[in-house]
Structure formats: structure tokens, C-alpha cells
Ligand binder design. Structure first.
Ligand code: GUN
Length: 283
């Protein structure tokens, strides 16, 4: 039996409507939830991402303001702007779009954002909070993956999960979230000796490498849940993930498509983090 598709568009729509409800409730108390986005330079992909983030916010009643800064902005200037946003009680979430121009230290820039407003979940305080199970902000992509697992009523307790990819933004936080749900977790990566031996045992596989066909049908346990975080182009220029969808869908129990899977969920979880930041500030 072919895998069931986990529809990221449908789930994201449901989450946006929940965010809209929470936003309306805060507005009724006189608080306008507000996300500040900072874009430095002219990176074409970043411009598209930022446009989506503003549109998504406005669609759910969140205020989004975009500061566009020229590519030759000094780091000191950017840090000063971030500090001003930190100090502005009318701003609840701050997002500095990455990548930054090469003359800037991204780490220093992210660490300047107040952890209380770090809706990307990239600050070391956010990473640490996730690690020790304290309230904080979870990075949007792995958080969205977890929501997809929840949407099918999947109980992770005692299950074996393999995360392929060890980035700070996806792989590592994903592993922590799965561990937090009592899964047994392996993080595999480019130096892993025998990936197939691991994934064939896995009840859940999250592929977050950024390379096509990292996971093929022969590597998947029948009935497994396969979450595809990849965003790649195939030879025809079509968007595809890290998973060989056509092959794996005949073996897996559930699978997320690309496009229409994790991507819309990442966008939705930014809205969740922003309304959460505003609710926390209002308490
Ligand atoms: N660049 C690509 N994805 C992201 C993201 O999720 N957040 C930020 N800040 N920059 C990005």
C-alpha cells in the first residue's frame, strides 16, 4: 500500500487559522503582535523569503515591519538597530534574514537579538533552552516537522528516529525535539559509515541534508514515517527534496512531499513563535 501523504499546505493553513485566533484575542486586549524583519543586502532568494514572511504575518493579523538595509551596512549599525528593536516594547519578534553579507559575523548578530524575541530560535539561549527542556523558541523547520508527526497522531515514545543532517538549524534541534518525546535518536551525517543500516531500522526518518536521493526505497523500513526537509532542484529544474519520493512512497507508511510538505510548515511556525512571543510579553 502506498504511503499516506502528510499535507503540509493543509496543516499550515490550520495552524495559521489558530494563530489568527490567538492574534485576535491579543488585539482585543489592546496588544498588536508585531514581527520585525531585517534584511541586509539584495540576495534574491532572501528577498522572496522575506516577502512571504511579511505576507503570511499580515494574513494572520500580525503586524510585520521590514527594515531593508544596504549590503554595505556596517555590523555596528546592524547591531545598533537590533538593540533598538530589543528595547522597543511594541516589537515582539525579531528576525534577521540569513545569509548576511560576508563582512558580518552572523553569530554575533544573532546573539544580539534578545532571547525573548528570538522567533527564529537561532540564539544560543534558545538552543540551550531546547536542550534542557526549558521554555524558549524552537527553530521553525524542525518544530514544523514535529507538528507534522503530531498531525498523524504519531506516538514517538520508544520509537527509533534517524535524523540525517547535523545543522544547528534543523538536524540538531530536530534530534532534541524527538528525544524530548522519548524517541531513541541517531543523528547521521556525511561521515556516517553505514547510513542504510541505520535508516532500515528507523521508525521515523527526517532527511535534512540538502542533497537529492539521500534516502531511497531500499533504505526505508516498511511503514516508516519519512519527513523530507530538503529543497533541491532536479535535472529538469523542478523542486525536489532529499528523498526519492517516487520510490520511497511505496515502502513508507507516511511521507511528506516537496513542495507542499515541510516548507509551508516552516513558514507557519514562524507565526506561531511570533504570537507566542507576543503572548509571553503581554503576561
Ligand atoms: N534564511 C533561510 N532560511 C532562514 C530562516 O529560517 N531564518 C532566517 N533568519 N534566515 C533564513
Amino acid at each position: 500500500m502506498p504511503a499516506q501523504i502528510i499535507d503540509g499546505n493543509a496543516l499550515a493553513k490550520q495552524i495559521r487559522s489558530e494563530v489568527a485566533g490567538r492574534t485576535a484575542a491579543l488585539k482585543a486586549k489592546g496588544v498588536q503582535p508585531h514581527l520585525a524583519i531585517v534584511l541586509v543586502g539584495e540576495d534574491p532568494a532572501s528577498q522572496v523569503y522575506v516577502k512571504h514572511k511579511v505576507a503570511d504575518s499580515e494574513q494572520t493579523g500580525l503586524q510585520a515591519t521590514l527594515q531593508r538595509l544596504p549590503a554595505d551596512t556596517t555590523e555596528a549599525d546592524l547591531l545598533a538597530r537590533i538593540r533598538a528593536l530589543n528595547d522597543n516594547p511594541g516589537v515582539h519578534g525579531i528576525l534577521v534574514q540569513l545569509p548576511l553579507p560576508k563582512h558580518m559575523d552572523s553569530h554575533r548578530v544573532i546573539e544580539t537579538i534578545s532571547p525573548a524575541k528570538d522567533v527564529d530560535g537561532f540564539h544560543v539561549a534558545s538552543a540551550g533552552a531546547l536542550m534542557v527542556g526549558q521554555p524558549g523558541f524552537w527553530p521553525c523547520t524542525p518544530y514544523g516537522c514535529l507538528k507534522m508527526l503530531d498531525s498523524i497522531g504519531y506516538d514517538l515514545k520508544g520509537k527509533y528516529a534517524v535524523v540525517i543532517g547535523r545543522s544547528n538549524i534543523v538536524g540538531k534541534p530536530m534530534a532534541m525535539m524527538l528525544l524530548g518525546r522519548d524517541a531513541t535518536v541517531t543523528i547521521a551525517h556525511s561521515r556516517t559509515a553505514d547510513l542504510k543500516a541505520l535508516t532500515r531500522q528507523a521508525d521515523v526518518v527526517v532527511a535534512a541534508v540538502g542533497k537529492r536521493n539521500v534516502l531511497t526505497a531500499d533504505m526505508v523500513k516498511p511503514g516508516a514515517v519519512v519527513i523530507d526537509v530538503g529543497m533541491n532542484r532536479n535535472d529538469e529544474g523542478k523542486l525536489c527534496g532529499d528523498v526519492d519520493f517516487d520510490g520511497v512512497k511505496d515502502v513508507a507508511g507516511w511521507i511528506t512531499p516537496v513542495p507542499g510538505g515541510v516548507g509551508p510548515m516552516t513558514r507557519a511556525m514562524l507565526l506561531v513563535n511570533t504570537i507566542t512571543a507576543a503572548e509571553r510579553a503581554a503576561h
